[in-house]
Design a protein around this ligand. Structure first.
Ligand code: KG4
Ligand code: ZN
Length: 334
């Protein structure tokens, strides 16, 4: 079965053709990230305009060696994400499904992130604990099986990547801040500045990073403190929070594998700590950067294993979407 998948939830425009869930036949990705450097983050309107510009050329490139006859179904990210960006991909997918008479499979972007290991040729066992850490999401999901996903908890405010980006700004580094903080942290002492580990004493998988960010703001305003020490201390604080939350999740839900995905999973310090702490207890899959960033291959893979087409007119872009199996609203702003 060949699926043509479209992903436009944020600042990446991606189209893929994937056979039987895991064989990537075509994979194209355009990003508007450079357009967001001067604003220090994504301006949704700017991101959406770039989606419109990139959508058709990216689709044409991905379909270069294919015809509609080769394609069995269309999959598309319907949310969560930025509404202006989502609409571009969703309406394109609906138009293709209508014109080519193909089934249309709506996909939950966050659940799709957890399909990176399958694309790498691995087969995680269920139940699998999923941790998605990106610029837009920080949440724990429990995959009981394909199509049976339980939301366990997430951030109440900033996503982890968002916190990395804001902290980078506070210490004068450009967007995206995660890789910059990681680089600077190499020259710093992770124990130099005492920072909070928010919500680690609560028995839940709820998280919060805005207090930590404010503590960094105070530290950054103190000229006597070294910026590299701030970066290293922040990175360690975030990692400590995640390690404690994962540990709590393992004790509570006893999964047999752990899947970590999303842009922040590219952080070497974090990856090493997670592997060192948990690899003896269960199978750990941390997606490589190429499959961690938003991409359409993961959307196709997720669609193959969760093949639930919907009538075209019922498929709509939804910034707060969660697939029916996830069952609860994932981001509670307080
Ligand atoms: O998954 P992603 O590419 O896009 C979405 O947000 O969906 O994640 C982007 C986020 C950004 O906030 C970026 O700063 C962060 O991932 N990031 C990192 C690293 N590389 C990217 N954070 C920490 N360390 C890194 N090495
Ligand atoms: Zn994402």
């Amino acid at each position: 079965m060949r699926i043509l998948a479209i992903e436009t939830s944020c600042d990446e425009t991606s189209v893929a053709v994937v056979e039987n869930g895991t064989h990537i036949m075509a994979h194209e990705l355009a990003t508007s990230a450079p357009d967001h450097v001067k604003t220090g983050g994504i301006v949704p309107e700017v991101g959406a305009r770039q989606q419109i510009i990139a959508m058709i050329p990216t689709l044409e490139k991905a379909m270069h060696e294919h015809t509609p006859n080769d394609i069995d179904a269309i999959a598309v990210t319907v949310g969560p994400g930025l509404i202006g960006s989502l609409i571009v991909g969703v309406e394109t997918a609906k138009a293709l499904a209508a014109a080519w008479h193909k089934p249309l499979i709506p996909i939950d972007h966050v659940v799709a992130h957890l399909y990176a290991p399958w694309l790498e040729g691995n087969i995680p066992t269920f139940p699998a604990l999923g941790l998605i850490i990106s610029g837009g999401h920080s949440e724990f999901l429990l995959l009981h099986d394909h199509g049976d996903v339980e939301f366990l908890g997430g951030t109440r405010d900033d996503a982890i990547g968002e916190a990395f980006d804001k902290v980078a700004r506070l210490v004068g580094l450009p967007y995206p801040g995660g890789p910059e903080i990681e680089k600077l942290a190499k020259d710093g002492n992770p124990d130099a500045i005492p920072l909070p580990r928010p919500m680690t004493d609560t028995v839940s998988l709820e998280m919060s990073f805005s207090g930590l960010k404010n503590a960094v703001r105070l530290a950054a305003s103190d000229a006597a403190l070294d910026k590299a020490d701030i970066a290293a201390s922040f990175q360690k604080a975030v990692t400590d929070v995640l390690l404690r939350k994962i540990e709590y999740a393992l004790q509570t839900y006893a999964p047999t594998s752990l899947i970590v995905a999303g842009g922040v999973a590219a952080n070497t310090y974090l990856r090493e700590k997670i592997v060192k702490t948990f690899a003896d207890s269960l199978d750990v899959y941390i997606s490589p950067l190429s499959l961690s960033v938003d991409n359409a291959a993961m959307i196709a893979c997720c669609a193959y294993f969760n093949n639930q087409p919907m009538p075209i007119e019922e498929v709509v872009a939804d910034p707060n979407y969660h697939s029916r199996t996830v069952g609860t609203s994932r981001r509670k702003k307080v």
